[in-house]
Design a protein around this ligand. Structure first.
Ligand code: ACM
Length: 510
């Protein structure tokens, strides 16, 4: 894939570098321009002639955009770029970076413009839009400090295709440390991914401290899938994580999986199980569908559900709260999901339920998360439910990067190579709010393995969720993503050596 440079890719690179048709005379002027490709691809990119070079910058901010300002300062600091420059444009050694909030409705909530000319101007209607502009600028800048910086002159106008650009991490089967989650949020931000769904509870572990129910973390926090990591997050840690993510444009979406997938809760508080249930031990296997809150004992389970959700809502400002609802068959299932969804709704939040929850009585604004490719979601769409798209044969990245890689393969024996992920087409799902990859952790137990399942495939997810369908082209994506390898290296990502990207060879970049 990578060895032969395709002519269309070459032309695209020339265009990005400002070498237009009939403008080859300009080639000498711009020959040193390094094209630093962008993922996700922006809506429009208009190259201009020449480049801007500088050693220092001066930042000018018009309006208050704390997230964007912090991200810009951090990016400049990481590259060792002094920010006390004066003067502007080529020849002075300094460039002005202007962050401006403008009231242009065409930009929407998340759109932005980025113009590199004599200066660098980032404009958006919101702090979030400006933050996206900063992330684009970060991708255009080198990954590591350089004495002199060169940027191709260009103009970008950009906005996301979908508002929900997510990844779900299963910290219940196998725990992920706070430090990993922070690193992960930094990486998401670079690719404009904006929803981190934490699957906080399952049969193998309960990972969130709940006041009044200490055994949930004493017992439920002490188990894990076989070979996995146990542990739990305190409420203070989760609040810290929420703030860390918010500053980077990421919303943490908590999931409490109910009424099934609850063995860790039952092992902690036996009264949540029906009286005839004898298996109340912590669980470390990989089978599913055997545990359930005792739906025949509403007086035992609903006060628990209420207390847990109250505390979840107090920790996580996310508008949407996930209540699970997968893989359980029970005559009272629909009733439970209806009631749990109503509890979330009564707290002023919007429930998300896995696809099976579509049988419940839900307000039309409740979100459904599609995970089985073949699930008949049409009736739910007809009722107006917004969808989060996670079809397992494209987006369950616990599956191998290639056929035969050890791990999950129940949904697709051939694994989910990068190209497969990139091929997912969300267009037929008219009520989709976006896309979410899911990493289940039955077989993924270390930070390094987590990285190698997530990357580079999350870059494809980011592009599916952000870039307009018409701009998608795998060969071009591969070229652009290859150009971002130094950025992933600088962030310490232990990505899978994807053959399509040629990443099995050591990186040559500085
Ligand atoms: C799921 O994979 N059980 C949502």
């Amino acid at each position: 894939m990578k060895a032969s440079l395709r002519i269309d890719v070459l032309l695209a690179c020339m265009a990005l570098a400002g070498i237009g048709h009939g403008a080859l005379a300009q080639a000498a002027e711009v020959r040193d321009t390094t094209v630093r490709p962008l993922v996700p691809a922006p809506q429009t990119l208009t190259p201009a002639k020449g480049e801007l070079y500088f050693r220092t910058v001066s930042v000018q901010a018009q309006g208050s955009a704390p997230k964007a300002r912090q991200a810009l300062d951090a990016a400049l600091y990481a590259l060792g770029i002094p920010t006390n420059g004066s003067g502007s444009g080529n020849g002075t050694g300094s460039a002005t970076v202007r962050l401006q909030l403008i009231d242009d409705p065409a930009l929407g909530e998340e759109g932005y413009r980025l113009v590199i000319g004599e200066d660098i101007t980032l404009s958006a209607r919101t702090d979030t839009g400006l933050l996206h502009a900063v992330q684009t600028l970060r991708q255009l800048l080198p990954a590591r400090p350089q004495r002199e910086l060169r940027l191709p002159r260009l103009s970008i106008a950009d906005a996301p295709a979908y508002r929900w650009r997510g990844v779900s991490l299963d910290v219940a089967r196998s725990f992920l440390p706070m430090a990993y989650l922070e690193r992960h949020i930094d990486r998401m931000a670079l690719f404009k991914l904006n929803r981190l769904h934490l699957h906080l509870t399952d049969d193998q572990g309960w990972r969130i401290q709940i006041n009044g129910y200490p055994k949930l973390t004493e017992i439920g926090g002490g188990s894990a899938v076989e070979g996995g990591r146990a542990g739990f997050y305190t409420q203070d840690e989760l609040k810290h994580l929420v703030a860390y993510a918010q500053a980077r444009g990421v919303t943490i979406v908590p999931e409490i999986d109910m009424p099934g997938h609850v063995q860790a809760a039952l092992a902690s508080y036996n009264t949540l199980a029906c009286d005839n249930v004898t298996n109340l031990a912590p669980y470390s296997g990989v089978e599913v569908g055997f545990s359930v809150l005792c739906l025949e004992k509403p007086e035992a389970i609903y006060p628990f559900v209420q207390a847990v959700l109250e505390q979840v809502v107090a920790i996580f400002p996310s508008t949407e709260i996930h209540i699970g609802g997968d893989e359980i068959k029970h005559p009272l299932y629909a009733d439970f999901v209806s009631r749990a969804a109503a509890i979330v709704d009564g707290m002023g939040r919007t429930p998300i339920v896995w696809e099976e929850g579509s049988v419940a009585t839900l307000k039309p604004n409740a979100l459904l998360q599609l995970w089985n490719d073949g699930y008949d979601i049409a009736p739910a769409v007809a009722k107006g439910h917004p969808l989060i798209l996670s079809p397992c044969s494209y987006l369950y990245v616990d599956h191998g990067n290639h056929a035969g890689q050890p791990g999950a393969d129940w949904c697709r024996k051939e694994g989910l190579p990068l190209q497969r992920v990139y091929q997912f087409d969300p267009a037929p799902f008219k009520t989709a709010v976006g896309i979410e990859a899911a990493l289940w952790t039955e077989f993924v137990h270390t930070d390094a393995d987590t990285d190698a399942r997530l990357w580079p495939r999350l870059a494809a997810v980011a592009e599916l969720a952000w870039s307009p369908a018409g701009t998608r082209d795998y060969a071009g994506f591969v070229q652009r993503l290859d150009g971002l390898r130094p950025q992933l290296d600088a962030l310490g990502v232990q990505y899978y050596a994807e053959p399509d990207l040629g990443w099995n060879a050591p990186a040559k970049h500085k």
